[in-house]
Design a protein around this ligand. Structure first.
Ligand code: FEO
Ligand code: CA
Ligand code: CA
Ligand code: CA
Length: 606
């Protein structure tokens, strides 16, 4: 354990030593307990998890794969009893299905005499695809703290799985548009399922927000020659065909159902208080690779949603509702997300910024440029933002507004393709391998403002390597620095927590983790490692409950080989280190899981 307390820091815990092994690690004096694993039963009738006998029906009654966003909706206002809402972003077949991976040795063309190991995955069948589809989406599950430890309430009346086949409704200006109509749905309003739900949000009125991110991987086939969606789909990388779903479900094959992909890439709102409620895809918040939808109530009661579009050179957005939040009348808030203004950020060189409205008929968003309605602006949000001159960013991920100091933190994870001649003040590093964090101060401390100021809070990476140009404070230890900020959370005291995605042994000799980052006073820019994941995993979540006595983190794809293997993972990729986290049983695969962190003996996370 390393010791690095500074009197100015708002964090007192003794940080974890950075490194890599098969287990998770949390700061001394805290417990980090596995709460929910992939396959865990969520209902009294859920089948027990058996990886050799998995079925789509069983998976639909069990906790899904690759937990990402974690949110909490209190029941009776309590920080000890509520609904945990968790996104299941995607699936890793090679880690899920025993016996489908074949290891193939082949000559390494770049290094004569050496061999390379490649993984070949057996062709998909319909059962496998349907299990994957049932492992996507989200989970809503009641949890309760009993004698200081959290438990899942398996017979909770509000427990629910949402999957890639759950019936949903498209609402807002684009709903019903011809471009959203399909063979199965002439109304353009009824869609089945949600996919690649990355980060998300919980609204002040207690609904669960799921953001649809990398939708392009699920669609296959070729659009009919001259189809009107060609440019639209190209801008989103559609169809990429990573998954085999289109072989078994025509709607994921764009040659057969060319409009289906327009029905994904939205923000989904779920009323968790009614387990039969039809989730709403809120088109007013635009269509792109939605990272998350953290939100905050502005001074005048309008609600502001901060939205990242996670692609190299894409944009930061915010949506401001037209109506005002009414804390005394939940029903009155339930359709706030259908009317309002979507804006895209332009970061100026002088530290000012502007939020540009994406409104049909204004500026260049007219028929001359191919927009016939607000529906067109929303369906092709990226192209509309291009025309307004928004600032292309280094992969905007999660964005966290801070009610305590009025600031907003934007995670920009990396951008290896930014060239020297394309750097700007807001994206100042060419070949930005480690990412950075921008802090926005909205004009008049009003989150609904259309102008603001910004500065860079942190350039990430190893501060001991001068060429990296990292800007962590000198109080930050060799354990405390990080690269690739991805998700973030702001706790009740206004402190910033950042989780990372992409630290690999090859690049940094350490795994991903959860870092506590000081933003105020002399300690500004100091970071400390609170939790780290097992080998191959990525750190998602995080969430601190309002009483600050509990933190939830999501360990995603433990044991995955990641990018070192050209799109295929393998169970061991660092020397001979592998993991069977969290069960460490020979007959159990690695299982993405939500971990709950509490202080030993009780008390706040400090
Ligand atoms: Fe799903 Fe942008 O990370
Ligand atoms: Ca993310
Ligand atoms: Ca990421
Ligand atoms: Ca991530």
């Amino acid at each position: 354990e390393a010791k690095a307390e500074t009197s100015a820091s708002r964090f007192d815990f003794r940080e974890v030593e950075a490194g890599i092994d098969e287990r998770h690690h949390v700061a001394e004096g805290y417990d980090a307990d596995v709460l929910l694993r992939w396959g865990d039963p969520l209902f009294p009738d859920s089948p027990a998890f058996d990886p050799t006998k998995q079925t789509p029906e069983a998976q639909a009654r069990q906790f899904g794969y690759n937990n990402d966003y974690v949110g909490f909706i209190p029941l009776d206002g309590s920080s000890e009893h509520g609904l945990l809402v968790v996104n299941h972003e995607y699936t890793n077949e090679h880690l899920m299905f025993p016996g489908i991976v074949q290891v193939v040795e082949k000559a390494d063309e770049k290094n004569p005499g050496k061999t390379l190991t490649e993984l070949k995955i057996a062709d998909a069948d319909q059962t496998r695809v349907d299990i994957e589809m049932a492992a996507h989406g989200g989970t809503i599950v009641e949890i309760r703290k009993v004698a200081g430890k959290w438990q899942v309430v398996r017979d909770g009346a509000l427990n629910r799985r949402i999957t890639s086949t759950t019936e949903m409704e498209l609402t807002g200006s684009a709903a019903g548009d011809a471009r959203l109509q399909t063979t199965a749905d002439a109304s353009g309003r009824k869609v089945f399922g949600t996919i690649n739900n990355c980060a998300g949000g919980v609204t002040p009125w207690g609904t669960y927000i799921m953001a649809e991110e990398n939708i392009h991987g699920y669609f296959t086939g070729k659009l009919p020659e001259g189809h009107r969606e060609a440019a639209n789909y190209k801008r989103l990388g559609l169809p990429e065909g990573t998954y085999a779903w289109g072989q078994f479900h025509d709607r994921f094959d764009v040659s057969k159902e060319p409009n289906e992909a327009n029905r994904f890439g939205w923000v989904v709102e779920v009323d968790v208080m009614d387990p039969n409620a039809v989730p709403k895809k809120r088109t007013a918040l635009g269509r792109f690779k939605h990272e998350g939808a953290d939100n905050i109530v502005a001074k005048d009661g309008r609600v502001v949603f901060y939205l990242g579009d996670d692609e190299r050179f894409d944009y930061v957005y915010k949506f401001v509702t037209a109506g005002r939040y009414d804390p005394a009348n939940r029903a009155a808030n339930m359709n706030l997300l259908d009317e309002g203004t979507l804006h895209v950020a332009k970061f100026e060189e002088d530290g000012t910024m502007e939020w540009l409205p994406l409104v049909f008929g204004e500026g260049k968003l007219t028929a001359e440029n191919g927009f016939a309605s607000q529906a067109d602006v929303l369906i092709e949000t990226r192209r509309a933002a291009d025309l307004l001159g928004a600032t292309p960013m280094d992969r905007p991920e999660d964005i966290g507004p801070n009610a305590e100091n009025g600031r907003v933190y934007v995670m920009l994870t990396n951008n290896s393709k930014r060239k020297d001649d394309k750097v700007d003040a807001a994206n100042p590093r060419a070949n930005n391998a480690f990412g950075h964090i921008i802090e926005i101060a909205e004009d008049g401390d009003d989150f609904a403002a259309t102008k603001g100021r910004w500065e860079i809070l942190l350039k990430c990476g190893d501060p001991s390597v001068a060429a990296v140009g990292a800007t962590f404070s000198t109080e930050t230890t060799k354990n405390g620095w990080f690269g690739m900020p991805d998700n973030c959370a702001v706790d009740t005291a206004g402190r910033l927590w950042v989780s990372t995605d992409g630290n690999s042994p090859k690049a940094t000799g350490r795994t991903d983790g959860l870092f506590a980052v000081d933003t105020e006073g002399a300690a500004r820019g100091t970071s400390k490692l609170f939790f780290r994941v097992p080998v191959g995993a990525e750190m998602c979540g995080p969430l601190l409950l309002p009483d600050m006595q509990t933190a939830f983190v999501a360990v995603q794809h433990p044991g995955d080989g990641g990018e070192d293997w050209e799109g295929f993972g393998r169970l061991s990729y660092y020397e001979d280190l592998s993991t069977r986290w969290p069960d460490f049983q020979p007959d159990m695969p690695v299982r993405p899981s939500v971990v709950v962190i509490t202080k030993q003996g009780g008390g706040q996370i400090a």
